[in-house]
Design a protein around this ligand. Structure first.
Ligand SMILES: [Zn+2]
Length: 268
């Protein structure tokens, strides 16, 4: 039985007792030395598509308690294409053109300081039906920050997005995928953010070439998948026509992450 959970994702507010039951996705924090926008690299292992198996069924109550997601259980051919680290003045604009030509809706996890520099691009994202969400203000590894440090990163980014587009984000993608239960809970309890990771990583930041990026995205795609990419690399933008057209030809439909969460197939 399929239930739509859209009402649960507007501004989720769970009690602390409910939060204690939350099942969080954990990933290996990335070692990094720079504080600028960087790729979500998590390991030095060669890129390989993740399992194409869809997320297992889950009860409605169990799904509602989750505050971290790397994919969404659904039998529908839905995908969430996500772009981190922008907006970039030239590449993001070109990407938005490509998406508009295909009617593809994406989710942009933006860096606060880039939002302050290029607010018009954030307004354009919203105007064209995309989702804009937080990727922190200065791209730190959140697991290494204090509670106050995390709060400052998320506050500043949210303020930048609100100032640019009058939209309050509801999702967080932690830089480098570096998160843990402490980070997830703080993001949720203080900001109402779901933490969003991914199920398909083409490692585009290594710049393997557009055709490789495209083929990895296509090979890894699965119903309910969350695809990771970065709109600060020209090769990634160059890969998108091939990747999007191939996936559209396979019958996939692209939705925002919040729309994907609302489309979860859950057990009664
Ligand atoms: Zn990033």
């Amino acid at each position: 039985m399929r239930l739509l959970l859209s009402s649960l994702w507007i501004r989720p507010l769970l009690s602390l007792s409910a939060l204690s039951l939350v099942g969080c996705v954990s990933v290996t924090p990335q070692t990094q030395g720079r504080a600028v926008a960087m790729p979500e690299a998590r390991s030095q292992a060669p890129a390989k598509p993740r399992s194409k198996r869809s997320a297992p069924p889950i009860s409605a109550a169990g799904f509602a308690r989750r505050i971290s997601h790397s994919s969404v259980p659904t039998s529908e051919k839905l995908l969430a294409m996500t772009f981190d680290d922008g907006p970039h003045p030239k590449l993001t604009a070109r990407l938005l053109d490509l998406l508009a030509q295909r009617g593809v809706k994406a989710t942009f996890f933006v860096v606060g300081r880039n939002v302050r520099t290029y607010p018009a691009l954030v307004r354009r994202m919203i105007a064209e039906g995309h989702e804009v969400a937080s990727h922190t203000d200065t791209h730190p590894s959140l697991t290494k920050l204090s509670e106050a440090g995390i709060r400052q990163e998320l506050e500043r980014t949210e303020e930048a997005i609100v100032a640019a587009a009058q939209i309050k984000p509801v999702l967080l993608r932690p830089p480098y995928g570096a998160t843990n239960e402490r980070v997830n809970r703080q993001a949720f309890s203080q900001f109402g953010y779901q933490t969003i990771l991914w199920s398909v990583d083409p490692e585009d930041w290594r710049r393997p070439g557009p055709s490789v990026v495209a083929s990895r995205l296509v090979a890894g795609a699965h119903p309910g998948g969350i695809l990771l990419a970065h709109d600060i690399h020209a090769g990634t933008i160059d890969a998108m026509p091939q990747a999007l057209d191939a996936l559209l030809a396979q019958g996939y439909r692209f939705v925002t992450v919040s729309q994907l969460l609302s489309s979860a197939t859950v057990l009664p």
